[in-house]
Design a protein around this ligand. Sequence first.
Ligand code: V1P
Ligand code: ZN
Length: 404
Amino acid sequence: MEQACDAPRRVCYIVSNELVKASSLLPSNKNRSLLVHALVKAYGLLDPSGCSKGTSLRVLRASPANPKELAAYHTQDYLQFIMNPTAESMTDDSDHVEFGLEEDCPPFDGLSDYVRLVAGGTLAAANALREDRADIAICWDGGRHHARKSEASGFCYVADCILAILTLKRMHRSPDSAVWRPRVMYLDLDLHFSDAVSEAFLDSSATSLGPQVLTLSIHHSAPGFFPSSPLGTLRDRSADRFDPFTLSLPLDRGATDATFARIWPSVERVKDAFRPEFVLVQCGVDGLAGDPHAVWNWSLNDGKGSLGWCVDRVCSQWGCKVLMLGGGGYNHPNAARAWTYLTSLALGRTLSPEADIPDHPAFPLYAPSFTLDVPAGNAPDRNEDAYLGEITEYFEIVARSIEE
Ligand code: V1P
Ligand code: ZN
């Protein structure tokens, strides 16, 4: 069962056998990529014939990013190391520790292909938007928001979000020779704070030409919860170095659709103040109910405030070009459900949450519901009304300072 959507849109979806193979080796998410793209295909979402009126779809292959593209952010030392991790370099010296290739980010067979293909996939999506070949571009294998210039961190080896923002913000000369400096909003919905992306653009707005990038991360924050960073808290607006273009919206345990519905007007208030041309949405799905983190209690498609509702607002109401990336999500069948459902929203072919999962080789993994919904559970929502009111006031003041 599908609902039609009339808004004309050109959607571009990034996938290739090489990308799926490489992503499926990621130690934190083994085989997730296979499951995700298999479910998207099983619903026929990539069949051009299934497009509703006014929507077109292009499936783009991800080709590996070249060294110059990676060096737009990463250091040569880091690239050289992760592109050639030999047994000796991993054991003989402490470089792998310096570059973060331990604990959360162990080296793995296929790492260099993985890095090149994920960056290549996200950049193909960003370039399709930048060159006005698409209105919405999707790369579910991207969204690696913890990787730094010269350090892998939190299951992230390549800073594809940052590379995409750098691409989207690049100056453009239009046919009439006017210079265009697009504004890019980065909205991160992952359970974890987007530390590396937020740090990369902190204070970058202080140029005479005005700010070009605004980052807003909605995430769980608590002592000891990864990643610990002062930037991930509700930051003191009166502090000397407060940057209204680097924003955090921390939520407590148990966040439900009702909490997201309550904070969403603040997100849109900031968006309206900043007036971005491009929005990059990091759609990490580890805040959904059923994720092994068991921190938030967010639904995929129960209605207002659900992840699907929020992403649909961005795609349908914001009037921006949208880059949708993946991120965290450790209940792999639920990640596949979520990104399939979000793909259907982007295509204006919203799948019914009650839709039966189509028969395909991974079908048994969708037991016991065999449907596309990810409903909330029973955990209590610890985000109190007073705190959410404080958030509303805080973001109203921030939005005014953005408008100044
Ligand atoms: O908590 C930590 C570090 C390890 N230090 C001692 C503290 N790391 C987390 C990393 C979570 C990364 C999330 C990535 C994303 O944002 C998407 C891009 O979702 C961590 C966790 C955890 N539950 O927070 N590492 C591990 N679990 C882990 C578990 C088993 C084996 C290796 C790492
Ligand atoms: Zn996460």
